[in-house]
Design a protein around this ligand. Structure first.
Ligand SMILES: [Zn+2]
Length: 410
């Protein structure tokens, strides 16, 4: 009795009359191939299924005619896999010079790897199939030239390249042409008939020859493709969205702190002076200006009037300020040219609330004068009054006792 592995294709393998996407998936899932013996054959319907996703077909929609024809043809021939017989024994005691050969290849449709064990038994070469895996190619193309090049890669590539380099020896890798590479077949897929004809599981024909005669070709590197993954130049514009502040952080100082550290990171990345340690007063001041800029960009449309008798100017960095009547007084610059702020903005609300808390739950009038030192809030009395009335502590302590009326009867 031979020690072999066979394929048990359920007979008769019913070919359904109608072929919606749902049925195609069902047919694919009925085939169980844990070691990847049949990966060259089984990758084809998976590639076809991926095409239906690009067409955005519903689960019960019929396949396009050409795809259905190809799938039916594949399905009719699958019964041929009954004839596949693969030796189960991997290693004999008397074997010497056992080598592990792993091949990988990628096409536009799929990528695959396959492993064979090569050994010599009494001057006869024995090649045994070990394992194979094929996957439908992702939309973003990848390149295996990463592994051999000493270059700085982005984080995703770097992690994988480092892992592969640690596990294997660079010198043990060679490039061979597609015709000689057994991983070529599962990376493209084939019919069951062609699979039987090639006897793919027996390994490449050249592996039975002397190592000196093995094929080896120079790898032609697509430099453009490789450089796409390189980290030579990192230039990232940080887009500060309002949502990330108002949603994630419920207090004004937390939002400000985030901007401060983002700006510190940005200036270090662009090498605008080396800053380290605690944040400086200039950095905090700059972060506040950034915050005001975010609020103004979101709240004010260009060319719009901002209020009655309000003269608005623009600072060199694009921030809007109100030209107060005290423009030439000896007050501070902020007081003479306060930043213009809208009356409805979550960050303005947080800013007022912060001042309210910092000043021991100050009332509307006091808060108005405090905020006026630096900011000009449109409808400030109404806006600040709304925040103060919303303070739970203030409401609790401001409640007046209930007055009872006493009636005297004679
Ligand atoms: Zn309060």
């Amino acid at each position: 009795m031979e020690d072999i592995l066979e394929c048990n294709v359920i007979r008769p393998f019913q070919v359904p009359n109608s072929l919606p996407k749902r049925t195609v998936l069902s047919c694919i899932q009925r085939l169980f191939d844990p070691l990847g013996f049949l990966s060259p054959v089984l990758i084809r319907p998976k590639v076809l299924l991926q095409k239906t996703w690009t067409l955005k077909l519903e689960w019960d929609a019929q396949l396009p005619t050409d795809t259905e024809k190809e799938f039916r043809s594949w399905l009719y021939k699958i019964a041929l896999l009954d004839q596949v017989m693969i030796p189960r024994c991997l290693y004999l005691d008397c074997e010497r010079d056992v080598q592990l050969h792993v091949f990988c290849d990628a096409s536009c449709e799929a990528y695959a790897s396959v492993a064979f064990a090569r050994s010599v038994v009494q001057d006869t070469v024995r090649v045994v199939f070990l394992w194979a895996k094929a996957r439908v190619a992702p939309w973003k193309r990848i390149t295996i030239t990463w592994i051999t090049r000493a270059q700085t890669w982005n984080t995703f590539v770097k992690k994988r390249v480092t892992e592969i380099r640690n596990l294997t020896d660079v010198k043990s890798r060679v490039h061979i042409s597609g015709d000689e590479n057994p991983a070529d077949l599962p990376s493209r897929g084939c019919s069951a008939a062609r699979y039987l004809k090639t006897e793919w599981w027996k390994g490449p024909h050249w592996s039975y020859e002397d190592p000196g005669d093995w094929p080896k070709t120079e790898l032609m590197v697509n430099k453009e493709e490789v450089n796409m993954e390189s980290t030579e130049c990192v230039l990232t514009e940080v887009a500060l969205e309002r949502r990330c502040f108002s949603t994630n952080f419920s207090s004004y100082p937390s939002n400000l702190r985030v901007i401060e550290w983002i700006e510190r990171f940005s200036s270090r990345s662009c090498k605008r002076g080396i800053c380290a340690g605690s944040l400086s007063a200039e950095e905090i001041e700059q972060a506040e200006r950034t915050m005001v800029g975010i609020i103004q960009r979101e709240a004010f449309e260009p060319g719009k009037t901002y209020g009655k008798n309000l003269r608005v100017g623009v600072f060199s960095d694009g921030l809007l300020y109100v030209e107060s009547k005290l423009l030439y007084s000896e007050e501070s610059e902020h007081f003479r040219r306060p930043f213009l702020l809208p009356h409805k903005h979550p960050l303005v609300d947080l800013m007022i609330r912060e001042e309210h808390l910092r000043n021991n739950h100050a009332g509307t009038h006091i808060l108005m004068s405090i905020m006026r030192e630096k900011f000009w809030i449109i409808k400030s009395r109404k806006t600040i009054g709304r925040i103060v009335r919303g303070c739970v502590k203030c409401r609790r302590f401001d409640q007046r006792p209930i007055r009872r009326r006493f009636w005297t009867y004679f």
